[in-house]
Write a protein that binds this ligand. Structure first.
Ligand SMILES: Nc1ncnc2c1ncn2[C@@H]1O[C@H](COP(=O)(O)OP(=O)(O)OP(=O)(O)O)[C@@H](O)[C@H]1O
Ligand SMILES: O=P(O)(O)OC[C@H]1O[C@H](OP(=O)(O)OP(=O)(O)O)[C@H](O)[C@@H]1O
Ligand SMILES: O=C(O)c1cccnc1
Length: 488
């Protein structure tokens, strides 16, 4: 490589730096701007998403600066003035960042992250922030769907590194899968970097290397105490399972015969037969692992057929978010300082009502019904509102406003944490297991209707009256401006 790849500051789209130079030339680069990151539609047709990515954002922002090599590269493009490059070389993240926690349940159209910083900084960091949360939130959500089908008793392992979209996606993806409910990963680097549990059996290659099941299983058992034998290389019921049993009997207490892995064929039929054979041989505790192109649908169907599978290894379809490869989160400006130091709301209009942004700095409250201990919905308010103080809260649909309800006896929980304040990290990142537990606990607060994987109910994400009025006022102002322009 021509330049050492030692910083992620250039992990941005060219237009961000181009806009930054234009702002800088005009002297507005330091105006305070507020941007919010959100997605519109929950992926996979799910009823909720699980937020992941904050830890990597913190790592990115902590190290955010353009190195000498970065500046040299930008200089070599010939697009930027020396004064601007000097300004860039001194740029650090100096703003405030609020975010929902990793493991938080999140829904469409609510700000996941709010960035309040200089206009130029806010633009340059957009790409990396979206890149991180779009992928990690997608994988955590896919993992949660798979967990919900597999059930709490099943063991779930992430096996997808070989098929992920390159190296970074494997490790951050498997961490997200862990947050979403997986028990461990086959990726050893993720074990080292994140302290995640690692797990593994052996491949067909080992059976092929020794030419037969029996020798391969024996060699494995001579090396490791804990043994799971892959039984489908040649003939699952004719050779694989009988040889696994034979080796387990021969080694007796010298090994922990944890079970067998099936990786092809009709896994409902094979698992039932294999279970009978293991039980008859006295290995009633031995588990049956399954892998091979699994996802929530195949697991659902295998379970419906009464498959005797205790543990699942899921790779490709999880780590690549196979059926929906993008979350589609966006990052939109909601307010900006004017020339007099006052913050002014901004809005992005669309012909599609659902796509019109909600202007202004906002808060998101999760409304917990204290009687049922279940969530009533989310309530987006303006920054200065406090729904917790209300006795009776009106919640109404932000587009179809006639759909409304009143909630009493509730708790209103602000779901954002302040992560950075004026460039200083003020948040302590929780340990990974606490994040995973947090996601689990949150799912308990959700009614089952929102949790089914097919056609779940739509969780309410509502606007406060003030927020809605503000949005309408902004729409009207833009309309007036456009009409005036048309008249001129
Ligand atoms: N009983 C079953 N019901 C539904 N799906 C199943 C059942 N058994 C296996 N499957 C799934 O069907 C697919 C079978 O894939 P396929 O026929 O391509 O290959 P395979 O049997 O795994 O063999 P190989 O790996 O040798 O190609 C996999 O996604 C597997 O998870
Ligand atoms: O199917 P996935 O959900 O992606 O799960 C991972 C797959 O990776 C391995 O197969 P591979 O054919 O790569 O190698 P092996 O069978 O020889 O181990 C494993 O046996 C699984 O089938
Ligand atoms: O340990 C396993 O069985 C494993 C790991 C990665 C991919 N497939 C299987």
């Amino acid at each position: 490589m021509r330049f050492k790849d030692d910083s992620l500051a250039l992990h941005t789209d060219l237009y961000q730096i181009n806009m930054a130079q234009a702002y800088w030339k005009d002297g507005i680069h330091n105006r305070k701007a507020v941007f919010e990151a959100f997605f519109r539609k929950i992926p996979f047709g799910n009823g909720y998403a699980i937020f992941a990515g904050l830890e990597r954002i913190v790592d990115y922002l902590n190290h955010f600066h353009f190195t000498e090599e970065d500046i040299a590269y930008l200089r070599s493009t010939g697009h930027y003035s020396e004064d601007f490059l000097q300004y860039l070389s001194e740029m650090r993240f100096t703003g405030t960042l609020r975010s929902v926690r990793e493991g938080e349940l999140v829904f469409g159209n609510e700000p996941l992250i709010q960035v309040e910083t200089s206009l130029a900084e806010a633009q340059i960091i957009e790409t990396a922030i979206l890149n991180i949360i779009n992928y990690q939130t997608l994988i955590a959500t896919k993992a949660a769907r798979i967990r919900s089908v597999a059930g709490d008793d099943a063991a779930l392992f992430e096996f997808g590194s070989r098929r992920a979209h390159e190296l970074d996606a494997s490790v951050w993806g498997t961490r997200a899968a862990y947050i979403g409910g997986f028990d461990g990963t086959s990726n050893v680097r993720a074990g080292k970097v994140f302290g995640m549990p690692t797990s593994g059996t052996h491949a067909h290659a080992m059976v092929q290397a020794y030419r037969d099941d029996y020798t391969a299983f024996k060699k494995y058992a001579e090396t490791y105490k804990n043994c799971i034998f892959l039984v489908d290389t040649y003939d699952t019921l004719g050779s694989g399972v009988p040889n696994a049993i034979k080796v387990a009997k021969e080694f007796g207490d010298k090994i922990n015969f944890l079970g067998i892995r099936l990786d092809s064929g009709d896994m409902a039929f094979l698992s039932k037969k294999a279970r009978e054979m293991l039980d008859e041989a006295g290995f009633t505790d031995a588990k049956i692992f399954a892998s091979s192109d699994l996802d929530e649908y195949t697991i659902f169907h295998l379970k419906a057929q009464g498959a005797k599978i205790d543990a699942w290894g899921v790779g490709t379809k999880l780590i690549t978010a196979f059926d929906q490869p993008a979350l589609g989160a966006v990052y939109k400006m909601v307010s900006i300082e004017d020339g007099n130091g006052e913050m002014q709301d901004t809005i992005k209009i669309s012909s599609n009502a659902e796509k019109v942004t909600t202007p202004g700095l906002k808060k998101v409250f999760r409304i917990l019904n204290k009687r049922t201990n279940k969530l009533e919905g989310d309530y987006i308010s303006m920054q200065d509102e406090n729904p917790a103080a209300e006795k009776r809260l009106k919640m109404f649909h932000p587009v179809h406003t006639f759909i409304s309800k009143y909630v009493t006896n509730f708790e209103a929980i602000n779901i954002h944490e302040t992560i950075y304040e004026k460039g200083r990290l003020v948040y302590e990142l929780p340990p990974l297991d606490a994040i995973k537990q947090y996601a689990r606990d949150n799912l308990d607060l959700l009614w089952d209707e929102y949790k089914r994987i097919l056609n779940p109910e739509e969780y309410p994400v509502d606007l406060s009256q003030k927020c809605w009025d503000n949005k309408m006022r902004n729409i009207e102002e833009v309309r007036q401006k456009v009409i005036r322009l048309e008249e001129d």
